[in-house]
Write a protein that binds this ligand. Sequence first.
Ligand SMILES: [Zn+2]
Length: 316
Amino acid sequence: MSLVMKERTEPGELKLLKMLRDRGGLLDESRYWNLEKGYQGEVLFDKWFSGLDGEWIVVNDLLLEHAGSLFQIDSLVIGENRVYLFEVKNFEGDYYLDDGRWLSISKKEINNPLLQMQRCEMALRQLLKSLGYQSPIESSLIFINPEFTLYNCSPHLPIVFSSQMNRFSNKLLRQSSSSAGRLHERHSRLAEKLCELHLEKSPYERLPEYRYEELRKGIVCAGCGGMGVHHHYRMVKCEMCGYKESVDKALIRSIDECSSLFPQMKITTKIIHEWIGQIISKKVIQRILHINFKLIGHGKSAIYVIEKRGLTSSNR
Ligand SMILES: [Zn+2]
């Protein structure tokens, strides 16, 4: 059984990019697709790991700092006598190694993921040492996508391909059971400490510029992400995919979207009415705002305070 001390959540930046994309606010979608693909790969890995026997403490998605530099860990697993570091890649297609360089089949060089992992391991080792832990670290670069091939690769590199995952889990199990596999308090203390040290990165830092006026107004369909949503009695219905949602739910989602994309904006009935393309009446919007959000001020100067939810992964 593995105990997950820190769950993985969808990165805040990815959520914001998705919102921008739905409303036509993304000229370049490459970062969005990279983040989305990477996240999907990590979710697949989590699913795979959760099916593993043995005793483990899992700490996902850590951003740590040591000696002034930041390093990110996709998945850290604490076992009885060692710490596992997993770097998960969801690459697809054919790549090859050429004298330490990583190239796609069309000869485009990519960042060396092994180097990235080794740097991470080094920083983690120093950090653990400074916390009084000397456990050995075992790092693995996991290529989770079965459509990935790496030519010219030595079998001695710490790489696990999709086709090797079953054998890899047997190896992990053997390591866990050969040490009687008991986790003690010091293991959970280490996990807690790492969660405490985790840094929260602002999801807004790397976003492209966007303006309220330039984003498409309306309600984004929760089914297909399109903007063909119409009001129909107490429901909204998408004319593209047929997805139906209650007016209340669609409104709360839209309000959340507006306040996430524009955290400085004063949320009023009028703004939301405009944001959703005037599909739903101001009276209904006001009711929803009133029930679900906190009102500050009176009359025309009244604004609603939206609590930020789910944008950044919380500290446990
Ligand atoms: Zn739809």
